[in-house]
Ligand binder design. Structure first.
Ligand code: HEM
Length: 400
């Protein structure tokens, strides 16, 4: 039995390519410990696949971070409710009503329509990168690709990217302060409210213009709410994807056989399977998805009382050997289908189809165009993002 008082969550990783060993041990022992967070709050930790799915789909759990006792991942997370609530912190019926207003923009079909534009962005960034002899795969490929795609999608001028890149960074810094994150959010909210007003006046072919025309006129949304939606998409949409690009390429370099196979075969089935397995294996949302019980309930036979917090450790649940035969390994031939890297239930990632298209296009293009890609530093010198809400690498120096 794990000593619950000893478990401060999250723990440090022992290996940069695996979740902390203590959390895996909890899962394998079938335990549900109460862990202690940075602020002394003590949620239940669910690590098995089925339990994590229950936590994420049971409507008795709330995502409202302003509820007393909510298991916040950091002081910075409090800023998410400081300006204008986004989908991420809403419960039903409000959540469904708002999500339904924009869902049509995020279908698989829509994402496929974006594929040629995504491909063009990836090729352009690779052309520029390959003019030199070495590069930082984060700054020169992962971030610009993810940022350009979400900017084009929303209709946000790419020239302003530094503004929201740095604001997102502030908001994702686990050790940051609530005040600076709230100020960053407010600045981004103000910027987007101005942009929405501009798109109302002069609509273009983009998300903000379409939503402004559709929902501002009939009052189903106001400018402030649409700006908050844009803010969520910008912040949720680029950092996660950028980290999956850079950490994913590093993972492919550590598995040369799979890297070579992607480059040699123009096989969409293999590509899609590799991306799903990468999402499962890396699960960059590394600090668990948190909720709070609205009423007494139970998860996998374990009672949870109203007002108690819960953490679904999706990174460990995604390696649960009872659900995924690949377990700890990276194996694109195993079925990763149904993983929790995009969450599950009402809040499941709205941008997942677009993210998949981006990852498929980047991994395929890198494997095809730079088969000699390699890092210029040993893995011990790579700085991993243990200090951030979303896991990845701060920089990835490469040559070819
Ligand atoms: C590989 C990249 C991505 C990963 C790993 C990822 C992961 C996640 C996860 C785990 C959640 C659930 C959070 C929760 O339950 O509390 C989520 C929600 C969300 N994601 Fe993503 N995401 C990615 C890319 C994107 C992109 C590209 C967009 C936008 C185009 C996006 C937009 C959203 C939105 C709007 C939500 C909130 C949905 C809701 O609360 O109803 N994500 N994402």
């Amino acid at each position: 039995m794990t000593d619950p008082t000893a478990l401060h969550y999250p723990m440090d990783r022992q290996c940069p390519f695996a979740p902390p060993r203590e959390v895996t041990a909890v899962r394998d022992a079938g335990e549900v410990p109460r862990v202690t967070l940075w602020n002394g709050v003590r949620p239940w930790l669910f690590t098995r696949f089925e339990d994590a799915r229950t936590v994420l789909s049971d409507p008795r759990f709330s995502a409202d971070k302003s509820r007393p006792g909510y298991p916040l991942s950091s002081a910075v997370a409090l800023a998410e409710t400081a300006v204008e609530p986004t989908l991420l912190v809403m419960d039903n019926p409000e959540h469904d009503a708002v999500r339904r207003l924009v869902l049509g923009e995020f279908t698989v079909k829509r994402a496929e329509r974006w594929r040629p534009a995504v491909r063009a962005v990836v090729e352009d960034r690779l052309d520029r990168m390959l003019r030199g002899a070495e590069a930082d795969l984060v700054a020169d490929l992962a971030l610009p690709v993810a940022l350009t795609v979400i900017c084009e999608f929303l209709g946000v001028p790419f020239e302003d990217r530094e503004l929201f890149r740095s604001l997102t960074h502030t908001m994702n810094l686990v050790a940051g302060s609530t005040e600076s994150a709230a100020a960053a959010r407010q600045a981004l909210q103000d910027y987007l409210e101005d942009l929405v007003a501009a798109r109302e006046q002069r609509p273009q072919d983009d998300f903000l213009s379409r939503m402004a025309a559709r929902h501002l006129a009939d009052g189903s949304m106001d400018r402030r709410q649409l700006a908050a939606m844009g803010l969520l998409l910008l912040t949720a949409g680029h950092d996660t994807t950028a980290n999956m690009i850079s950490l994913g390429v590093l993972t492919l370099l550590r598995h040369p056989r799979h890297f070579a196979a992607l480059g040699a075969d123009d096989d969409p089935v293999l590509l899609a399977a590799t991306v799903e397995e990468m999402l499962r294996h890396l699960t960059v949302v590394q600090r668990g998805i948190r909720r709070i019980a609205r009423e007494d309930t139970e998860v996998g036979g374990h009672p949870v009382r109203a007002g108690e917090g819960v953490v679904a450790a999706i990174n460990v649940a995604n390696r649960d050997p009872e659900r995924f035969s690949a377990g700890e390994e990276f194996d694109p031939a195993a079925r990763a289908h149904g993983h929790l890297a995009f969450g599950y239930g009402p809040h499941q990632c709205m941008g997942q189809s677009l993210a998949r298209v981006e990852l498929q296009e980047v991994y395929a293009a890198v494997a095809r165009r730079i088969p000699t890609l390699r890092t210029t530093v040993p893995v011990e010198e790579i700085r991993f993002k243990s200090d951030m809400a979303v896991y990845g690498v701060h920089a990835l120096p490469v040559t070819w």
